[in-house]
Design a protein around this ligand. Structure first.
Ligand code: ASP
Ligand code: MG
Length: 420
């Protein structure tokens, strides 16, 4: 069997949903577990709804809820000729939200976020599954909340692997004996108290990997609106090139440096079982796309470019011009750790320690206060952190035209620069 994952953009309109049906029905040699996200920008819409509800902006919350209902009912109507049979189940999903809206919030925000936002995936998958059955692509719809079991770390829930595996064996495996396709939701799961949870934005990729891992899938295919992975974000770098093959290791490195390619948690479950991951384009399924896999073969990569914006460079000096010793370093690190601020790049010299961090780190003021008790802190703002793997001098020269480099760090494969 294999796993397909379709993101929100692939089903945002009825035309696109029909295209997804073509893709699914085209290749029937393998049984398929199909993981789907909420349609279009539904997750963002639901985020606004939760915020409005939590801030007690009741009218706004209600009106956003009405928009959600209208949008999905219309979508269902256009895809499925007679919606009599589908409406009762859609209503049940709507009621899950309505119940919450009718009682004032008395629990933490993240809890409500998950109870409300999960409905996006339930709606989209139910409609697509119903539509596929109506055109004789026989499939079973599964509420993944019965299967994917997690702790109650809302908005970033951790999987209970053993329990999830048992549920998959008991509830999913037998379904494949009856039908070749199973349709389910990405991004969501549930606690043992049956509260809904989410796995973090863009978490559907991760769901596909979890299920592929447990089911020993032959492969996972993520259908996107881009022809393949590129060596950089085309919105930032004008001359990107496609990458046809790439190792899991390299993708993890890219994600670590800040490339928004694939949800970083996706890789491990696949890598551990040697399950290749394909990225293909739903707009043109004939395109080759990208294969991500384990291999000993030496792949020749183009320079891979990652730009992180909104960076600050902090220079931390000892007040008495004494050397930065291990003792100082351990104290400085523990302050960063205490404030939960991630250091993107660091370097130390005789009397200074330099760290590049995100401008929007949430405990930045606290960090500065704590550091300034014992050190002098200078900062440079509005910077970029530019990372290039497999760098070549000519590419660096080209990309760094008109920029001032404040700090450079180099290893054999990677160069990182803080630039202005
Ligand atoms: N719908 C969720 C999001 O937009 C999950 C996903 O698309 O993977 O973040
Ligand atoms: Mg999505």
């Amino acid at each position: 069997m294999e796993v397909y994952k379709f993101g929100g953009a692939s089903i945002e309109s009825v035309e696109r949903a029909r295209n997804v049906a073509d893709i699914i029905s085209e290749n029937t040699s393998e049984k398929k577990l199909i993981v789907i996200s909420a349609k279009g920008k539904t997750t963002n819409h639901l985020e606004h709804l939760v915020k409005a509800y939590y801030n007690k902006e009741t009218e706004k919350a209600k009106s956003l809820f009405e928009d959600l209902k209208k949008d999905h009912l219309l979508y269902a109507q256009e895809l499925i000729k007679s919606t009599e049979d589908i409406t009762p189940q859609l209503e049940e999903f709507f009621i899950e939200i309505e119940w919450i809206l009718n009682t004032p919030p008395h629990n933490e925000f993240d809890y409500y976020y998950d109870q409300i936002v999960c409905i996006g995936e339930l709606l989209s998958t139910y409609i697509i599954s119903f539509y596929l059955n109506s055109i004789h692509i026989e499939n079973t719809w599964v509420d993944i909340r019965d299967i994917l079991k997690t702790d109650s770390n809302y908005r970033d829930a951790n999987i209970y692997w053993k329990q999830t595996e048992e549920c998959v064996q008991k509830q999913i495996v037998p379904l494949f004996q009856k039908k070749n396709f199973i349709i389910t939701q990405g991004f969501i799961g549930s606690t043992n108290e049956n509260n809904s949870v989410t796995l973090g934005r863009e978490g559907s990729d991760y769901t596909s990997a979890i299920l592929a891992h447990i089911l020993n899938a032959k492969r996972v295919t993520i259908w996107k609106d881009v022809p393949s992975l590129l060596n950089g974000d085309p919105k930032i770098f004008p001359h990107t090139v496609p990458i046809k093959e790439i190792t899991f290791y390299e993708v993890i490195e890219m994600a670590y440096y800040g490339a928004q390619v694939i949800h970083p948690k996706t890789i491990k479950p696949l890598q551990n079982k040697n399950i290749p991951l394909y990225v293909k384009c739903f707009l043109d399924k004939k395109l080759q796309g990208t294969k991500i896999f384990n291999t000993d073969k030496k792949i020749k990569y183009p320079p891979i470019l990652v730009l992180k914006t909104n960076q600050i460079l902090l220079q931390v000096y000892t007040k008495d011009y004494s050397f930065i010793t291990e003792k100082n370093l351990s104290k400085i690190y523990s302050i960063f750790h205490h404030c939960k601020i991630k250091i993107n790049l660091m370097q130390n010299a005789a009397i200074s320690f330099v760290a590049c961090i995100d401008t929007h780190s949430s405990h930045l003021d606290e960090l500065l206060n704590l550091l300034e008790k014992d050190y002098t802190v200078k900062r440079n703002e509005n910077l970029f952190l530019f990372t290039v793997r497999h760098y070549k001098q000519n590419v660096l020269r080209e990309e760094l035209k008109n920029r001032t480099v404040l700090l450079t760090q180099k290893t054999r494969n990677t160069i990182q620069m803080v630039v202005q």
